[in-house]
Ligand binder design. Structure first.
Ligand code: CO
Length: 213
């Protein structure tokens, strides 16, 4: 059997299982989505947001890219962020990185990966700003894992710098920002950072939100 056919067959089995448990499962879901969480995670196939968090369809609005970056010029990420915050009114944004991240390891090396090099450039900047802390972590893998953690924090900072977040914080005291890391070795998630709405923002990143743009 072609490998991809297995996916279509599994889908039929999954539908049967859902309907057996709840006959209106799809009818109800089709009406609307009210996810409480925006997930910004790595594209890595070993870190599936819903499966590792035990969440169901309709609970997590998700964006995944290589090394879970929040890039202000990424139209894709910014559109997801705007829709999740302004329309879906999510209460929590979770930036989830993972130990052993290939994107982070690539950024630590001199190897060239084509277009990916430009995507990963900001991770090199995070290294540059935290060289001592990364080097003190130990061998290459330990350094990469330290950079995984610092990268997650940096992405939370990128969220705080955005007008979308600043406006929602000011007007609705949400969302709370979470930095989590996933361990491929044992399947466990750990909460590393949490930034509550209204947390201090350095003045250079603050926007005047009193007038419409
Ligand atoms: Co990764």
């Amino acid at each position: 059997m072609d490998s991809y056919r297995r996916l279509l067959e599994a889908n039929r089995a999954w539908v049967d299982q859902k309907l057996a448990f709840s006959p209106n499962f799809f009818k109800d879901l089709a009406k609307e989505q009210k996810p409480e969480f925006l997930w910004i995670g790595c594209s890595d196939s070993r870190v599936p947001a819903e499966e590792i968090t035990g969440t169901q369809p309709g609970e997590v609005f998700a964006h995944r890219n290589i090394a879970n970056l929040v890039n202000p010029t990424d139209l894709n990420l910014q559109s997801v962020l705007a829709f999740a915050v302004d329309y879906l009114k999510v209460k929590h944004i979770i930036v989830c990185g993972h130990y052993g991240c290939g994107g982070i390891k690539a950024a630590l090396s001199k190897h060239r990966y084509g277009v990916l090099d430009d995507w990963l450039r900001q991770i090199k900047d995070t290294y540059y700003l935290n060289q001592d802390e990364v080097r003190d972590a130990g061998n290459f893998d330990a350094q990469a894992d330290k950079l995984v953690e610092l990268n997650i924090h940096e992405q939370l900072r990128n969220l705080v710098k955005s007008k979308i977040i600043q406006k929602a914080w000011q007007e609705e005291r949400r969302p709370t920002l979470h930095g989590w890391v996933y361990s491929l070795n044992d399947g466990l998630l750990h909460s590393l950072y949490k930034i509550q709405p209204g947390a201090p923002i350095h003045r250079i990143y603050q926007f005047d939100l009193s007038n419409p743009e």
